[in-house]
Design a binder for this molecule. Structure first.
Ligand code: ADP
Length: 302
């Protein structure tokens, strides 16, 4: 069942089109990533789903509700990650959680939630005294305190160190496994690849591709690279004729093969079939990062 349905969504700011017919669906109980470079329209799209912005055209349904006309009913069933500026420095962690819990009819127990997100010891600490990572965890906990059916998380792990990012991903998987649908706005490809069940790539106000991270990589047709040194002569034409192989080059005794699909398996099968031992084997796996560049024609950092 689709928990979010967006069709033909259009939005302009002062006559300048930002969303130009955005279409996507989010299924119940999945972690869905909305990917795009800065300015692509991710926040605008999500704010239209949250009922914070009114679309100029198209339809948006979240849990079957119109986010603007049925805002009140929807608000009780979704959780939204705040932006930095939205909390007062003097507000203590425990107070913030209690305050947000009071907005919802079936909120989580604040002590339990604080403990789960590593905030148990910090309940008396003012927001302004928290580290970047602690603030981030508080924002996530606040988005979840009302037991939402859909949680919208924006730039989830900004400011977290690598270990804390992995820990956060694990907690978000648990949130998903408890039945919550998670929408993740991100420009971190590794995060989307590691965490999302499905993702959509937004570029210049349109969705240019949607699917599982693996499907996006396959659809982008980006080539992987395999290179090695053969210990006996090998005719390059044999490699070039294999299914999926795009290019074969040799430089200073090292052979480099690029290709898509099952090209790497084909190469290893050929080598094994000839009993050819290789050394210095290197494989560059295709990543979502490569796919993003191929799909949008731009570097995601720009
Ligand atoms: P993203 O989240 O992908 O970075 P946004 O949805 O925030 O993209 O912004 C898309 C475009 O709309 C950007 O060019 C941005 O400058 C512009 N924009 C966003 N909000 C407003 C606003 N309130 N008024 C005018 N322009 C805006």
């Amino acid at each position: 069942m689709a928990v979010i349905e967006v069709a033909g969504l259009r939005k302009a700011y002062r006559g300048r089109g930002v969303l130009d017919g955005v279409d996507f669906q989010v299924a119940e109980g999945e972690i869905f990533g909305l990917l795009g470079s800065n300015g692509a329209g991710k926040t605008t799209t999500v704010e239209c789903c949250e009922g914070l912005r009114r679309a100029d055209g198209g339809t948006v349904r979240v849990l079957g509700l119109d986010p603007v006309r049925q805002a009140h009913r929807l608000r009780a069933r979704i959780g939204v990650q705040l932006q930095q500026a939205q909390l007062q420095d003097a507000l203590r962690v425990g107070e913030a959680l209690e305050l947000y819990a009071s907005f919802y009819p079936r909120a989580h127990d604040v002590a339990d939630l604080a403990a789960r997100w590593g905030l148990g010891e910090l309940r008396r600490t003012p927001f302004g005294k928290l580290s970047g990572g602690q603030k981030q965890r508080l924002f996530i906990a606040l988005a979840l305190v009302g037991r939402p059916e859909v949680a919208f998380l924006d730039e989830l792990t900004t400011g977290l160190d690598p270990a804390a990012r992995r820990e956060t991903w694990q907690l978000i998987r648990q949130v998903r496994d408890s039945g919550v649908t998670v929408v993740l706005v991100s420009h971190f490809m590794d995060e989307v690849e590691a965490l999302c069940d499905r993702a959509a790539v937004l570029d210049r106000g349109r969705i240019v591709a949607a699917g599982t991270p693996q499907e996006l990589i396959a659809r982008a047709g980006v080539a992987g690279t395999l290179s090695f040194r053969p210990t006996a002569p090998l005719e390059l034409a044999l490699l070039a004729g294999l299914p999926g192989v795009a290019t074969v080059t040799e430089r200073a005794g090292r052979i480099e093969v690029t290709g898509t699909g099952g090209y790497a398996d084909e190469v290893t099968r050929l080598l094994a079939g000839r009993g050819l031992v290789v050394t210095g084997l290197r494989i560059h796996e295709r990543s979502l990062d490569d796919a993003f560049v191929a799909l949008t024609g731009r570097d995601h950092l720009n």
